[in-house]
Design a protein around this ligand. Structure first.
Ligand SMILES: Nc1ncnc2c1ncn2[C@@H]1O[C@H](COP(=O)(O)OP(=O)(O)OP(=O)(O)O)[C@@H](O)[C@H]1O
Ligand SMILES: O=C(O)[C@@H](O)C(=O)CO
Length: 426
């Protein structure tokens, strides 16, 4: 039998976030890094496959091309429904990529309607009257307004998405969602008849997402953050389960690589620095000046790895990041830092690190690709949206790795994560 749900995720932390929610909702999930070669789909023994792309901030045409390749692969693996996963803070620009990718997937699937909701109430992302809230504030008042690549300054998702697509974007508001799956289905039909191609859907609780999940059964395409995964697996009879897949025992040295500049990660890095544990700061301006920052970071790490987790970070406040971007250019600074951290992560693994925390979606993409990892097995959840995973390194060793989205995780995440792994794999 083929897979039930085929998922295309626009970044790597987002992919593990989605896989985590699907596993908790009872599905057996395989997460793949990038689109695998044709033929590999015959070996898939899973209910859902999540293909992790690094397509959130690339030019829209490249994101469309990669997403269509992923779609073709998932369809040949038998996927009955396609799930396009983007960020719970709807990270995008007027040029894309959420709108263009959604439209390309709709065209390829020959469907005239889909829904959009980044709601993930377990992590404080709620949508009401089409407006996205992050915790208690509107998206445009959250730390996302300063994001280096996709600053979010408008909380009205109907207008944000409308600016990215040629199709008309409507709203399924909370009064409809609260009335249940049949009411949502009726509203979808009404919007369709009125010529809308997309609808932003309100959701402020997991109950809303369960109702929405039931209503979108049979839609060829759904687009969402990871929250919708709370409600979708029940359509195939899967039941929520806390028994996340077991991972093998963990060994080796421990390290943290953080290229995230989000508010939550800034707090987590600060907390770690204050605890007095070994940490090395990567300064992009020194890298740009040609200094051997990778060599120095690895020499530092090597002399401290026996003491416990070593943190290597470029995480800085929005002002410092803006200054770097002003001097190097935003995209150039991003690429430079990602490349540097990826080489450091590779060096850490070469030095025996086998338990690795990576913070930041783009950073995670660069690190995982540099390590040559092609798939992840999803393990127990550390915090909502962030599971430990196991990966096979090209040499055959197992690497325990967690990919933390910038704004996810509690204040002591870097310490808690390792303690959690000890408990779960003891
Ligand atoms: N000190 C810095 N100066 C300029 N750019 C930086 C700096 N540190 C990191 N960056 C870049 O900022 C971007 C951060 O994106 P990333 O997706 O890794 O983290 P995030 O946006 O905080 O998290 P997420 O996308 O998971 O919410 C990356 O391209 C990274 O290379
Ligand atoms: O949805 C989220 O917030 C995360 O999974 C993510 O995509 C951050 O990069």
């Amino acid at each position: 039998m083929g897979i039930r749900l085929g998922c295309v995720a626009d970044d790597f932390t987002g992919a593990t976030d989605l896989a985590n929610n699907l596993v908790r909702a009872g599905m057996r999930v395989v997460q793949l890094i990038d689109v695998p070669p044709a033929g590999a789909e015959r070996e898939m023994d899973a209910d859902a496959v999540v293909i992790a792309l690094k397509s959130r901030t690339v030019p829209a045409a490249d994101a469309v091309e990669a997403s269509l390749r992923a779609l073709a692969w998932l369809r040949s693996a038998g996927a009955e429904q396609i799930y396009f996963k983007y960020c719970s803070t709807f990270d995008s620009t007027p040029a894309g990529n959420i709108g263009p990718v959604t439209e390309a997937l709709m065209d390829a699937l020959g469907t005239d309607f889909t829904i959009a909701t980044p709601a993930f109430p377990d992590n404080g992302r709620t949508v009401f009257k089409g407006h996205l809230f992050v915790g208690d504030v509107l998206l445009s008042e959250s730390g996302m307004r300063h994001h280096p690549l996709t600053p979010m300054t408008d909380s009205n998702l109907v207008s944000v998405l409308g600016a990215q697509t040629a199709r008309a974007v409507g709203l399924i508001d909370h009064t409809v969602v609260a009335d249940g799956a049949e009411a949502i289905k009726a509203r979808i039909e009404a919007l369709r008849e009125d010529g809308f191609g997309l609808a932003v859907v309100d959701a402020v609780s997991n109950d809303d997402l369960v109702r929405l999940g039931a209503a979108v059964q049979g839609l060829p395409l759904v687009t969402a953050g990871s929250g919708l995964a709370v409600g979708l697996p029940a359509n195939w009879g899967f039941k929520p389960s806390r028994a996340a897949a077991q991972l093998p025992p963990a060994g080796g040295h421990r390290a943290i690589v953080s290229g995230s500049v989000s508010v939550a990660t800034n707090g987590q890095v600060l907390r770690y620095l204050r605890s007095g544990q070994p940490a090395y700061s990567v300064d992009p301006l020194r890298v740009a000046a040609g200094e051997d920052v990778v060599g120095r970071a690895l020499a530092f790490a090597e002399s401290h790895l026996d003491e416990g987790p070593v943190l290597v970070y470029s995480t800085e406040s929005p002002d410092t990041v803006r200054n770097v971007q002003g001097r190097l250019g935003s995209a150039e600074a991003g690429e430079l830092v990602e490349g540097t951290l990826a080489r450091i992560a590779q060096g850490l693994v070469d030095r025996g690190v086998r338990q690795l925390v990576v913070a930041g979606g783009e950073t995670s993409g660069a690190v995982v690709q540099a390590l040559g990892v092609t798939g992840l097995r999803i393990g127990p959840q550390i915090d909502p949206g962030v599971p430990w995973c196991a990966a096979s390194l090209p040499g055959g060793d197992t690497l325990h790795i967690t990919l933390k989205s910038g704004n996810f995780g509690g204040p002591d995440f870097f310490t808690v994560a390792f303690a959690h792994l000890d408990e779960e794999t003891a």
